[in-house]
Design a protein around this ligand. Sequence first.
Ligand code: NAI
Ligand code: 2PC
Length: 323
Amino acid sequence: MADSTQPGTQSFDSGFPLYIPANKVEEILKISELIPVIERALGNFSNRDNGGIVQPVRSVVPVAKYQGFLGVMPCFSAHEHVLATKLVAFYPTNYDKGLPTHMATLMVFDPENGSLKAIMDGEVITNLRTAAASAVATKYLANPKSQVLAIIGAGHQARSHHQALSTLFNFTEVNIYSRTLESAEKLSQEIGSTAKACSSVEEAVKRADIIVTVTFSKVPVLFAKWVKPGAHVNAVGACRPDWQEIDPDLMRGSVLYVDSREGAMKESGDVILSKAEVYAEVGEVVNGTKEAFCEKTTVFKSLGMAVEDAVSANLVLAKLRTT
Ligand SMILES: NC(=O)C1=CN([C@@H]2O[C@H](COP(=O)(O)OP(=O)(O)OC[C@H]3O[C@@H](n4cnc5c(N)ncnc54)[C@H](O)[C@@H]3O)[C@@H](O)[C@H]2O)C=CC1
Ligand SMILES: O=C([O-])C1=[NH+]CCC1
C-alpha cells in the first residue's frame, strides 16, 4: 500500500498530481520490464495511423548564449491510454563543470479530461528508455552470438546501455573508450573483470560485435575502417542537425535504421550530412514489415522519442498503483 506521507507516493485519489522523484522512479523501473514495453511502443509508432500514437517531432529551443537546449516532447498513445510530455534541458558543457548534462521532467495527464495526474523525474526514464530502445534494435540487428561490446563515452547512457544490453547478451569482453582514461577506468571497474578501459576508439571497437556511441562529440568519433564487418552500432549521441558522431562512410556503408524517419531527417547530423539512406525504422522491423539484416553491418541512429518517455511513465504509474 502506498504511504501517502512520502514524496512520490501520494494517494491517486488526493486530487493533487503525484510527484515522483528520481529515487522512486529508479526503485520502480526495471530495465527487463521496460524493454518489451519500448519494443511495443516502437512497433505502434511505426504503424503510424493504426498505431494510435500522436507524436510531433521534438521542438528544441537553442539557448545559444549558454550553449544549451530545451527539448519539448509531447505524446498521446491511444493503445497505452497515456498522454504525457517530457521537458528536457541538455547542456553539453555542464559535463566539464561537474553538473548534470540532462535535466528532465515528465508531466502525465488524464487523456479523458486533460487533468494533470503526475509529475515525475525524467532523468532516470531518459537513461533507461534510451538504452531499452537500443536493446530492442540490437536484439533484431546484431549477431545473436555477439560477445564483444564496445562503449564509446562513459557517462549515464554508457552505464544504462551496458545494463540493458547485458540482459540480452553474455559479454565476454566490454571495451570502453572515453575522452579521459580515468572515466573509462571508473566505468570499467564498476562493470568488473570483463571490462577494459582502452586508450583509443580503434582499440575499443576493432573486435566488437556491438558498438554503442554515447558521447557529446559534435564530430565523428567512430570510423568505418575500424568496424568489423557485420557489427551492429547503436549511435545514440549527436542529436543536432549539425552534430556528428559517426563517420559518413560508415553511415553510407551500413544498413541504416532509425527510431523515427521524420526525427532523423530533422535532427540527425549523422543522417543529414552523410546523405545516408534510411532503410527502416526499428518499429518496422518489430512489426515484420522490414527486414533485419543481422548478418550485415547495421547502424541504429537513435534520437529519442516522446512515446518512449510516455510509456515508461505509464509503467511507473502502473507499478506504483500495485505496490
Ligand atoms: N538518443 C537518445 O534518445 C538520447 C541521446 N542522448 C545523448 O547521448 C549522449 C550521452 O548522454 P549521457 O550519457 O546522458 O551524457 P553524460 O553527460 O552522462 O556523458 C557524456 C559523455 O560524453 C563524453 N563527451 C563529452 N563531450 C565530448 C566530446 N566533445 N567528445 C567526446 N566525448 C565527449 C563525456 O566525457 C562523457 O563520457 C549525448 O549526446 C546525449 O545527448 C541522451 C539521451 C537520450
Ligand atoms: O530523447 C531525449 O530525451 C534526448 N535526446 C537527445 C537529448 C535528449
